[in-house]
Design a protein around this ligand. Structure first.
Ligand code: AHG
Ligand code: MN
Ligand code: MN
Ligand code: MN
Length: 334
């Protein structure tokens, strides 16, 4: 009978990996876990409570905000505010950074960048959605944290993770020493270690891209898609095309099975649609820690300059050999 290891127990156990740790990051991760359980509860009964559909507002990206976007955003912001370990929040749903000033957070040292609900277009049709988070340590040493604290390169992340609200609810995270996955056991209300030391296969046979944008893709992407579709049994091609429309779900599938996810430039998103700070950087950190690769077709995502909170970028991410093949096509044809 295997012993269940909860997220809380695991976090404490791993704290010894960081000799100077005083428990703040552990408490921060636990705060995120609590908010995730609350969001999960609403996602699981979304059709029964008044939480489907649009809020009637738009965010800074011009996206109509779903009620669940707002609910999730509120839950994570309050959990992080009450937890006392976070001094600054960047959220997809807030144009400006949220500076946390409360007596419990007066010497908080962590910054959390979050996509509170990823895959909003899938909420009303009962398809998996998720939450993505990225954690930095503040660089400024006195007074209030600064905007610069929130504009750090992806290589500076101290932790990153996602929650996927799917057929089961999983929390997957890294602190830079590998990736571990936890499945929520609703009967005890705990995330339990279910996927220790996750590694993405270096090869895969699934490509994930919104081919509706084909005519606007760079030539290198068009060539890569044709490569995926060619008949070649020796390399198990044609690959399978799978696109859920929630980055988190597409990425999680590829983490388990191998595969590549691409969101290249399109006419409506000439710099790519996905946001660097709270979608691409955290996912790139996780995928690299699991042995995969994440670039914009040319440059490592984690090394990209962060100039603004909601800046967008292209992303080619997943099994290393597949990403490298797509990069070769970009180098040759774009
Ligand atoms: P969000 O719901 O947080 O705004 O993110 C949606 C993103 C991402 O989850 C997904 O991969 C992508 O949008 C899908 O975009 P298209 O519908 O343009 O394919
Ligand atoms: Mn959105
Ligand atoms: Mn998103
Ligand atoms: Mn979102």
């Amino acid at each position: 009978m295997s012993v269940v290891k909860t997220l809380g127990q695991f976090i404490i156990e791993k704290q010894k990996d960081f000799p100077y740790a005083k428990g703040e990051l552990s408490r921060l991760l636990r705060d995120i876990g609590i908010a995730a359980k609350i969001v999960n509860r609403e996602v699981n009964k979304a059709g029964l409570v008044n939480i489907l559909g649009d809020e009637g507002t738009t965010n800074s990206h011009g996206e109509s905000q779903k009620k669940l976007d707002i609910f999730a955003n509120h839950q994570f912001i309050s959990a992080l505010t009450c937890g006392g370990e976070c001094c600054l929040i960047v959220s997809e749903e807030n144009d400006d950074p949220i500076f946390i000033e409360s007596d419990v957070s007066h010497n908080a040292k962590y910054i959390v960048c979050i996509d509170p609900l990823d895959g909003s277009s899938n909420i009303d049709v009962n398809v998996s959605v998720g939450t993505i988070f990225s954690i930095y340590r503040r660089k400024s040493t006195e007074g209030k944290p600064t905007l610069q604290d929130a504009l750090q390169r992806g290589t500076e992340q101290v932790a990153a993770g996602y929650i996927v609200y799917g057929s089961s609810t999983m929390l997957v995270y890294t602190t830079g020493k590998g990736v571990n996955g936890f499945t929520l056991d609703p009967s005890i209300g705990e995330f339990c270690l279910s996927h220790p030391d996750m590694k993405i296969p270096e090869d895969g046979y699934i490509y994930s891209i919104n081919e509706g944008n084909y005519i606007n893709f760079p030539d290198g992407v068009k060539k890569y898609i044709k490569f995926c579709q060619e008949e070649d049994p020796s390399t198990k091609r044609p690959y399978s095309s799978r696109y859920i429309g929630s980055m988190i779900a597409d990425m999680h599938r590829n983490m388990i099975k191998g595969g590549i996810f691409l969101y290249p430039p399109t006419s409506s998103s000439p710099k790519g649609k996905l946001r660097l700070v709270y979608e691409c950087n955290p996912m790139a950190f996780i995928i690299e820690q699991a042995g995969g690769r994440a670039t914009d077709g040319f440059q490592r995502i984690l090394e990209m300059e962060v100039e603004s909170l909601h800046q967008r970028c292209s992303i080619f991410v997943g099994s290393e050999n597949m990403v490298r093949k797509a990069e070769d096509m970009m180098m040759k044809y774009s």
